[in-house]
Every structure is written in structure tokens, then in C-alpha cells.
Design a protein around this ligand. Structure first.
Ligand SMILES: *[C@@H]1O[C@H](CO)[C@@H](O)[C@H](O)[C@H]1NC(C)=O
Length: 370
């Protein structure tokens, strides 16, 4: 696509809006049901943001008063929603092939948020290979607990590779991480911290988090025990894959894989891992500050197919996953890599690249075009 075609399609959309396939459902509804208000609002925004000819005084005042009413997100019940029912439903319906994850995660979160005075901050460590759902589950949690989900000011996504790339800058990173956590928890006790790719963090950095996970009543007058920490990593994923494969070779069903077995395997693998970053030799493990290790199993072809259907429903092409044809699913699957040989059982990238591949195969339509 060139800039020219992008601009042309934007122009076409502006000239003839498509309320049946909207970017914003609320605006589309207004467009259909109250065209005069829609027109007036559009005129107003055009004047404000595109130097159009006429500003609407009344609408301007309304916007100003909304701003003054404290519409800004803050640390209150209005923005921190604790939708545990929604959390359970979404983990059940939108997470594929992870029978060891949904219920355990929901139970831990529920126990933590329903307790006004928890003993310590909640720390969950998610383990598994790419695309098995670690980020997906983090998003579901953020959306169930905060009205603005991952965009909430109280949700902090920390990408280890982006923010902490150099081992030799460890002292600086330690200060930065400490300052960040202290500042954010002071602003809102119910903060959520998501550490992505923690196995790629400089070795020793994660121990900075230790005091905030411990059983302290207060730390310099701040109570950290309502916070939630999620640690995402690939550490231990080879051990998880090996156990899943052995299990499969014995002819047993995936759902028979037991959480205790996986937890033991994980605990050993994470401590003995040969990569030096992240949790390796970390005091978080030595001092038992991690509430639970959560194993994400490698995904099979069938689970990836479910993800393809889900993406197409989210994209608005279908109303229900069942309506998507096998032909469409197969065409997307052709673009994805599975392990070779006997291990072909498992997808290399899980559901990670599915949305991107759907866009590639379907271009702008809802039909297979390649
Ligand atoms: C909780 O989440 C579910 C599923 O996302 C949603 O349908 C429901 O409206 C939410 N409830 C509240 C009170 O936000």
C-alpha cells in the first residue's frame, strides 16, 4: 500500500461513511439515529482540530465542563472495576488450550482483590513459549481490573528488552525501576506491573522488586501489598514442551497434564536455566516471594485454528467462530510455521502472529484474497 492509496481510501470513507462497519460504534449509532447531532458534532471537531470555519459555543462549553468534572482517570472505584466474573468468563472463552491457567489465575486474582488487606503483593510468574497466551492473559487481567485496561494509568507494562538492554547499566536500571514502582504505588496502591520477557533482563535487576513483594506492613509509609506483579518469560518453556510431548507419546490426553507435575518441572527448570537474566538465582525464588508459577502449554494446530476464528470474529467478519469456513482457516494456517518431524504437533509461534497473518491473507476484505 502506498501513501496515495491510504489517503484515497480515507477520502472515500469521509465522503461516504460506513456506519455498518464502524471504527467507533457509539459514533456510528449517533450517525444513524441522530444525524443532526452527528453533523453538529462533526462540524465542531472540524473547527477545533482542522481550523474549520465555525466553532459551536455550546459544545465547547460542554467539553470544558466535562473536563472539569474530573473525567480524568484516577485511583478510584470508578476506574478500578474488579470484574472477577468477567475475568473468569474471558479466561474460559478466549484462552485456548491452557487448562492449567484460567482457573488458577482467576482464583489468585479474586482472592487478592477481594481482600482489603492482603498479606503481600500478588506475584504470578507466567512461563511458556511464544504465542501461548502469556500477554493475552495479562491483557484479559488488565481489562477485568481496570476500566481502561492496558491503557490505564495504573497498569505498567515493562518491556525488559526495550527498557533494560545493557547489563553494564545495571546500577542505573535498578534506581530507575525502584523509583518507578515507588512513585506509581504511592499514586495508586492497586497498581498492576507487567514485566515482559523477564528472562532477558540483566541478571540481578529483578531483585530490585523484592522489598515490594515481601510481607512488610509498610515501606517508608507506603503499603505495597495491594499491588499485582506479573512476570512473563520463556524460561522453562523447553521443559514444558518436553513434558507435553512425553505425555502425548504415552497416548494420554492433554487435559490430563497435572498442574503439580508442571509446577515441579518449572520450579527446577527456572532455577537451573542457563540464561543468566531474569529469575536466575533470583532472591524472589529463594525467598518464596512468587505466589505461583503458571505453565502455558505449547499450542497445537487445533488451538491455532481457534485463534484464527477468534481473530476473524474480532475483526467483525463473522458473528460467531463457528461460521468461519475451514477453507479460510486453512489459508491462514498455511502462513504459519509448525515444528518439523514428530514435534510438528506444536506451533512455533502459537497464536502470536495470527492477527498479522489474517490481515495478510485477507487484505482489507473478509475474503481470502491470496
Ligand atoms: C464484566 O466483564 C464482562 C465480560 O467482559 C462484561 O460483559 C460485563 O459487562 C462486565 N461487568 C462490569 C460490571 O463491568
Amino acid at each position: 500500500m502506498t501513501l496515495r492509496t491510504v489517503l484515497l481510501s480515507l477520502q472515500a470513507l469521509l465522503a461516504a461513511a460506513e456506519p455498518d462497519d464502524p471504527q467507533d460504534a457509539v459514533v456510528a449509532q449517533q450517525y444513524k439515529e441522530h444525524p443532526e447531532i452527528f453533523r453538529r458534532t462533526a462540524l465542531h471537531w472540524t473547527s477545533v482540530f482542522a481550523k474549520g470555519p465555525k466553532k459551536d459555543k455550546e459544545l465547547e462549553d460542554k467539553v470544558a465542563s466535562l473536563k472539569n468534572m474530573g473525567f480524568e482517570e484516577c485511583c478510584s472505584e470508578r476506574w478500578i472495576i474488579h470484574n472477577v466474573t468477567g475475568l473468569r468468563a474471558n479466561l474460559e472463552q478466549k484462552l485456548y488450550g491452557q487448562h492449567l491457567v484460567g482457573k488458577v489465575v482467576a482464583n489468585h486474582i479474586q482472592a487478592h482483590v477481594r481482600n482489603k488487606n492482603p498479606h503481600k503483593a500478588l506475584a504470578l510468574s507466567f512461563h511458556g513459549s511464544t504465542g501461548t497466551g502469556k500477554n493475552h492473559v495479562s491483557r484479559i487481567i488488565a481489562e477485568a481490573l481496570y476500566k481502561k485496561g492496558l491503557h490505564s494509568k495504573n497498569v505498567h507494562l515493562i518491556s525488559s528488552t526495550k527498557e533494560f538492554p545493557h547489563q553494564e547499566m545495571l546500577p542505573l536500571y535498578k534506581d530507575r525501576l525502584r523509583d518507578m514502582i515507588e512513585k506509581q504505588v504511592k499514586i495508586c496502591a492497586q497498581s498492576l506491573f507487567i514485566f515482559d520477557e523477564i528472562d532477558k533482563m540483566p541478571s540481578g535487576l529483578i531483585d530490585t522488586v523484592k522489598p515490594y513483594l515481601d510481607y512488610h506492613e509498610h515501606l517508608n509509609g507506603v503499603n505495597y501489598r495491594q499491588a499485582i506483579f506479573l512476570f512473563l518469560s520463556n524460561a522453562g518453556s523447553n521443559a514444558i514442551i518436553k513434558h507435553s510431548l512425553d505425555h502425548f507419546r504415552e497416548g494420554k490426553r492433554r487435559e490430563e497434564i497435572q498442574l503439580v507435575d508442571m509446577e515441579n518441572i518449572l520450579a527446577k527448570a527456572v532455577i537451573n536455566t542457563d540464561t543468566k537474566g531474569g529469575l536466575w538465582h533470583s532472591e524472589l525464588i529463594a525467598k518464596h516471594l512468587i505466589t505461583a508459577f503458571i505453565p502455558f502449554l505449547p499450542l497445537t494446530r487445533k488451538h491455532v485454528q481457534d485463534c484464527v476464528r477468534d481473530v476473524l470474529v474480532t475483526k467483525g467478519c463473522y458473528r460467531r467462530p463457528k461460521e468461519v469456513s475451514q477453507y479460510t482457516v486453512d489459508n491462514v494456517l498455511k502462513e504459519l510455521t509448525f515444528n518439523s518431524g514428530e514435534e510438528q504437533l506444536f506451533s512455533v509461534t502459537g497464536c502470536k502472529r495470527v492477527a498479522e497473518k489474517v490481515d495478510f491473507v485477507m487484505l482489507d476484505s473478509c475474503k481470502v484474497e491470496l
